[in-house]
Design a protein around this ligand. Structure first.
Ligand code: FE
Ligand code: FE
Ligand code: ZN
Length: 295
């Protein structure tokens, strides 16, 4: 079954119930959210009643709660010593919250080494992850390391780097990978023949490790190391390649999450992008229509 959704909001008054309702308004059957703002670490307590209501609703409509994703905020960075303690402490508390929500996956950016070199960065993040797992009791959450575009000093733009981190983390059963199509393109991977990419991934890491795929078009050329997401079909990857990835039979049952930009920073495109994906037909006027509210 196609599992398609987008990232959605999470506010302290409605929490996961609000996130679920937003996802449903887009015609999604899964979703991803940050437990607060993505750019800060201010987090509110999880409200048990709202969580229970959301789980009840998911059960009623047959949504698989095991496929819902939380994304860690981007300001945590386990690669560099300067933010190491802060990041470990935040992620321990975050994993406790996610366990409380009953969610199974958390996407994490490996981080940026900020000048100390990729090898040292990989050492630090592995050490950080081991420390985090040792501190969280009864953990059921799998951390998915996201493949990155290689902007600045980002670690994890090569599959070999992700593999090295996975090798160094002791709790292998709680580690996996999140692919991001924009990041893969910008990191230099050719998405033309995705089966070939998956063969490479399988040789280096193992297909069973993929827990989530971020579906984004890219504003930039392959190998640009930029990381600027574009709406589906409006970027350099293009609609056909993205559709082939979304419907690749080896990736069935893996949640596909859109993180494409709002139109004019105002209108969420997800309902319409999900519709295009379900119909497999590209609408070249989509952005204009959303802008003109002519949809
Ligand atoms: Fe991400
Ligand atoms: Fe992403
Ligand atoms: Zn990105």
């Amino acid at each position: 079954m196609l599992l398609i959704g987008s990232h959605v909001g999470f506010n302290k008054n409605t929490q996961i119930l609000g996130s679920l309702e937003e996802a449903l308004s887009y015609g999604a059957n899964t979703f991803m959210f940050y437990t607060g703002a993505p750019q800060n670490t201010i987090r509110s307590q999880i409200d048990e009643k709202l969580t229970e209501k959301a789980r009840q609703k998911m059960k009623e409509i047959g949504m698989d709660e095991k496929k819902i994703i939380v994304h860690a905020p981007y300001i945590v960075n386990l690669c560099n010593e300067e933010k190491f303690d802060f990041s470990v402490n935040f992620l321990v508390a975050e994993l406790e919250r996610i366990n409380e929500l009953g969610i199974k996956y958390m996407v994490l950016h490996p981080g940026s080494h900020v000048g100390i070199g990729i090898e040292k960065g990989i050492e630090n993040i592995s050490k950080g992850l081991n420390l985090i797992f040792s501190k969280v009791k009864n953990n059921n959450v799998t951390i998915l390391l996201e493949t990155m575009a290689g902007k600045g000093t980002e670690v994890g733009s090569k599959l070999e780097e992700i593999k090295e981190i996975l090798d160094k983390v002791e709790e292998k059963e709680h580690m996996g990978v999140c692919l991001d199509t924009c990041h893969l393109n910008d990191a230099g991977y050719d998405l033309e023949d995705f089966d070939e990419f998956l063969n490479t991934f399988d040789k280096i890491i193992g297909l069973e490790k993929i827990g989530c795929i971020h579906i984004n078009d890219s504003k930039n050329e392959q190998n640009s190391h930029k990381d600027r997401h574009e709406n589906i079909g409006f970027g350099t990857i293009g609609f056909d390649k993205l559709i082939k990835i979304i419907y690749n039979e080896k990736l069935e049952n893996i949640p596909k999450i859109l993180e494409t930009p709002y139109v004019d920073r105002e209108y969420a495109p997800y309902k319409y992008e999900i519709e295009m994906i379900k119909n497999k037909i590209f609408d070249k006027d989509l952005i204009q229509k959303i802008r003109a509210k002519d949809i």
